[in-house]
Design a protein around this ligand. Structure first.
Ligand code: THU
Length: 125
């Protein structure tokens, strides 16, 4: 699975985004250590706080299917802007992919970050 392929899967997943409030469609594609890919999109709600980001949708899908260790996640915004994961999503990544990488698109290029760079002091018990 190349970085470009993972980005493409995130773009496809963004088509399913349910974002009638923000109109900001996001897609994610999560690579497990076994090599399986789980995708996700943001799912908003009339009670805004009940909304879920694309990254957490993908991670929760994977965990609910029995996969709990991930190596990489691609995150894209359908409008072509750069979508960096929010703080809640970074903390969820801390739980399941502390050594993982995050791929985003920046000016049409794929850029890779370590989770540790975006969340240097993530909470662990
Ligand atoms: N959103 C994501 O799904 N992932 C991100 O990385 C940034 C923000 C969603 C949440 C909400 O549905 C919309 O984008 C606007 O904040």
């Amino acid at each position: 699975m190349t970085d470009d392929q993972l980005i493409k899967m995130a773009k496809d997943a963004a088509q399913s985004a349910y974002a009638p409030y923000s109109h900001f469609k996001v897609g994610a594609a999560l690579l497990t250590k076994e090599g399986t890919v789980y995708t996700g999109c943001n799912v908003e709600n009339a009670s805004y706080g009940a909304s879920n980001c694309a990254e957490r949708t993908a991670i929760f899908k994977a965990v609910s299917e029995g996969s709990t260790s991930f190596t990489k996640i691609a995150v894209i915004a359908a409008d072509g802007s750069t979508a960096y994961p929010c703080g809640i999503c970074l903390q969820v990544m801390q739980e399941f992919m502390p050594e993982g990488k995050i791929l985003v698109e920046l000016n049409g290029m794929v850029v890779s970050y370590n989770l540790k760079d975006l969340l240097p002091y993530g909470f662990t018990l």
